[in-house]
Design a protein around this ligand. Structure first.
Ligand code: ADP
Ligand code: MG
Length: 274
């Protein structure tokens, strides 16, 4: 379609194994303000297919805003967002900022970028299986039978096969979050964004959700994970970014970032967290 802009040669960045591929996610110089509050001040991130990138940082450093800009829940003010080589076209708005030019493109991008929220965000009036088939039915136009079959397979994968006819309110927080992950997977996303997926859970329910996320990592899903679970981030990530006041303060492989942090701010943050 005319609104699709393919990546140029300059957008192709070699992966760690040296192969030249189109990144699943490429963010360049992302800026975002709310009124006079500068929240993101030029954030860069490249995620190749199969990579897990974790993002850590203090409350208020801009982690959620960053994820929300990737799937266009927030409109970036400046910078470039490309999903699987498709550059999101933004046009200048009357207020001098940038806005996505094309709602069709926004819909297309959202369908490819899955998001798992801290508070699950399941529809309370729908059963678990109805929650899962909703978007594939209406966005991907999947036939009901096929969508339901896929939903049951996903519920089995997250250990909730028996709960398909339950309403969210009848499930524990850990079960609701696993259902929310199944709902995200139902769209076969190119990348999955997790925004503190275990922060709202009682401690004894954290493990069952992390196990599912770990399995998704091992299966080669591309994921960007905002988390306070440092040990988990260390184990599953290919790369960890430390965000501080809207900028990436440090970025490294997990063993290096956690093992020998260079910046004083990161050292202080880790000392407070671990
Ligand atoms: P984090 O997820 O790292 O805790 P957020 O991205 O949620 O940080 O927030 C970063 C800053 O942006 C905070 O100061 C927050 O109050 C502010 N902020 C986030 N969303 C909005 C909004 N919709 N309107 C105004 N300010 C916001
Ligand atoms: Mg947040």
């Amino acid at each position: 379609t005319p609104s699709t802009v393919r990546a140029t040669v300059a957008d192709l960045v070699p992966a760690d194994d040296g192969k030249i591929t189109t990144p699943a996610v490429q963010i360049d110089e992302l800026h975002k303000s709310f009124g006079s509050l500068l929240v993101l001040k030029g954030v860069n991130l490249t995620a190749h297919a199969g990579e897990v990138i974790s993002m850590i940082g203090s409350s208020g450093s801009g982690k959620s805003t960053f994820l929300r800009c990737i799937n266009l829940l927030e409109q970036p003010d400046g910078g470039k967002v490309a999903i699987d080589g498709e550059v999101i076209k933004m046009k200048p708005l009357a207020n001098g900022r940038l806005g996505p030019a094309d709602m069709a493109q926004v819909e297309r991008i959202r369908a490819r970028v899955g998001m798992v929220f801290q508070n699950f965000n399941l529809w309370p009036h729908m059963t678990v299986v109805e929650n899962i088939v909703e978007a594939p039915r209406h966005v991907l136009k999947e036939p009901r039978e096929k969508a339901v079959e896929h939903a049951h397979a996903l519920l089995k994968k997250v250990g909730l096969a028996e709960k398909h006819a339950h309403y969210p309110g009848q499930l524990s927080g850990g079960q609701q979050q696993r259902a929310a992950i199944a709902r995200t997977l139902a769209m076969r996303p190119k990348v999955i964004l997790f925004d503190e997926p275990t922060s709202a859970l009682d401690p004894e329910l954290v493990g069952e959700v992390l196990r599912v996320i770990r399995q998704l990592a091992e299966e080669g899903n591309t994921m960007i994970l905002v988390t306070h679970e440092m040990q988990f981030a260390r184990e599953v990530s290919h790369k960890v970014l430390f965000l501080h006041q809207g900028k990436v303060e440090e970025e490294a492989a997990p063993a290096e970032l956690f093992g020998s942090p260079r910046s004083e701010r990161l050292r202080q943050f880790l000392a407070r967290t671990l």
